[in-house]
Design a protein around this ligand. Structure first.
Ligand code: NAX
Length: 325
C-alpha cells in the first residue's frame, strides 16, 4: 500500500462535495491502492453541516481513508495538500450583478491561492470547480507566485463528458468509441464543443452527423446543459460535476492513455489565445503532467467560436484586474 496523500476539498458541505468526497474516499480518483487523508474546508455557518458529512464519511468505513480534517481555515485545509479541489464558491444571489459575483469570488480565490502558496505541497495539483471556474483559477494562480502556473487548472471535463454523451447518443455508439473530443474556452455558454477532429469508432464524427444537427442541436445543447439540468432537477448538476472532477484529476495524476481530455489551463499562447487566461484546450496527460495538443487545423467556423469564448475570458480577466487593483 502506498503512503497516504492529502486531498483538500473546499465547499465540503455543498452538494457537489456530497458526491465528490465519497467518490474520492472510495478510490475512484487516485486508484484502489492509494490511501487518502481528506481535508475539508467550509465557511463558519456551514461547519455544522460539514460535521454531518464527516460523520457519514466515517460511517462508510472506507479502507482507503486514513484521516479526515474539517476546518474553516484555508491554511489548515491546504496544509501539505497534494491535490486541491476548489469547489466552494459564492453563488449568484438575487439581484446580484455579474460584477458583484466576480468580486465576491475574487476575494475567496485570492485568499485560497495565498493559502495554497504558503501551505500546500510544492507539487500540488489544483482543480477549480467553483464558478466562474476559469477566472477563479486565474485569481488563485496569481496569488500563488511560488507555485508553477501549470499547477492551476479549471474544470471543463463536465462539458467534455456532456459532449461525449450527446455524440454517442446521436450516433448510436458508446462514449468509449469516441476519440479526440474537444471543448475550447470558457466554462460558460460561450464554450465551443468542437467535432472537427473527433472520431466515432474510427470514423470522422462530422461524416456521421449532418452540419445542421452539429450547429443547431449539438453545440447549443452542450453549451446550455447546465441550465437544462437546473430546469429539470430544480438544482444544479452535482453528481455529474463530481464525476467530472474525479475524471479530471485521475487523468492528470494517472494519465489519459494517449486520449484527449479538455482542461482549462493557463494559456501559453497556443492557438493564438491570450497568454495567461485559463482557456480550455485538448490535452494529453502523462507522468502526472499535461501537454496541450498542438498543430490542429482550425477552420473559419471554429476560429470564430474560439475567438468569442476567448473574448469573454479576456473581459472576465479585465473585470477582475480592475477589482483587485
Ligand atoms: P453548493 O452551494 O451546494 O455548495 C457550495 C459550498 O461551498 C457551500 O456549502 C458553501 O458554504 C461553501 N463555500 C462558500 N464559500 C466558501 C469558501 N470561501 N470556502 C469554503 N467553502 C465555501 O454548490 P455546489 O452545487 O456544490 O456547486 C459548487 C460550485 O461549483 C458552484 O460555484 C457552481 O457554480 C460550480 N459548478 C461548476 C461546474 C463546472 O463544470 N466547472 C459544474 C457544476 C457547478 O455548477
Amino acid at each position: 500500500m502506498k503512503a497516504p496523500v492529502r486531498v483538500a476539498i473546499t465547499g465540503g458541505a455543498g452538494q457537489i462535495a456530497y458526491s465528490l468526497a465519497f467518490r474520492i474516499a472510495s478510490g475512484d480518483m487516485l486508484g484502489p491502492d492509494q490511501p487518502v487523508i481528506l481535508q475539508l474546508l467550509e465557511i463558519p455557518p456551514a461547519m455544522g453541516a460539514l460535521e454531518g458529512v464527516v460523520m457519514e464519511l466515517n460511517d462508510c468505513a472506507f479502507p482507503l481513508v486514513h484521516g479526515i480534517v474539517a476546518t474553516d481555515d484555508p491554511n489548515v485545509a491546504f496544509k501539505d495538500a497534494d491535490y486541491a479541489l476548489l469547489v466552494g464558491a459564492r453563488p449568484r444571489g438575487p439581484g446580484m450583478e455579474r460584477k458583484d459575483l466576480l468580486q465576491a469570488n475574487a476575494q475567496i480565490f485570492s485568499v485560497q491561492g495565498k493559502a495554497l502558496n504558503d501551505h500546500a505541497s510544492r507539487d500540488v495539483k489544483v482543480l477549480v470547480v467553483g464558478n466562474p471556474a476559469n477566472t477563479n483559477a486565474l485569481i488563485a494562480r496569481e496569488n500563488a507566485p511560488d507555485l508553477n502556473p501549470r499547477q492551476f487548472t479549471a474544470m471543463m471535463r463536465l462539458d467534455h463528458n456532456r459532449a461525449l454523451s450527446q455524440l454517442a447518443e446521436k450516433t448510436g455508439k458508446h462514449t468509449t468509441d469516441i476519440d479526440k473530443m474537444i471543448v475550447w474556452g470558457n466554462h460558460s455558454a460561450t464554450q465551443y464543443p468542437d467535432l472537427h477532429h473527433a472520431t466515432v469508432a474510427g470514423e470522422a464524427a462530422l461524416g456521421l452527423v449532418d452540419q445542421a444537427w452539429y450547429e443547431n442541436d449539438f453545440i447549443p445543447v452542450v453549451q446550455q446543459r447546465g441550465a437544462a439540468i437546473i430546469k429539470a432537477r430544480g438544482a444544479s448538476s452535482a453528481a455529474s460535476a463530481a464525476s467530472a472532477a474525479v475524471d479530471h484529476m485521475r487523468s492528470w495524476a494517472l494519465g489519459s492513455n494517449g486520449g484527449w481530455v479538455s482542461m482549462g489551463v493557463a494559456s501559453d499562447g497556443s492557438y493564438g489565445v491570450a497568454e495567461g487566461i485559463v482557456y480550455s484546450y485538448p490535452c494529453v496527460c502523462e507522468n502526472g503532467d499535461y501537454t496541450v495538443v498542438q498543430g490542429l487545423e482550425i477552420n473559419a467556423f471554429s476560429q470564430a467560436r474560439m475567438d468569442a469564448t476567448e473574448q469573454e475570458l479576456r473581459e472576465e480577466r479585465a473585470a477582475v484586474e480592475e477589482l483587485l487593483g
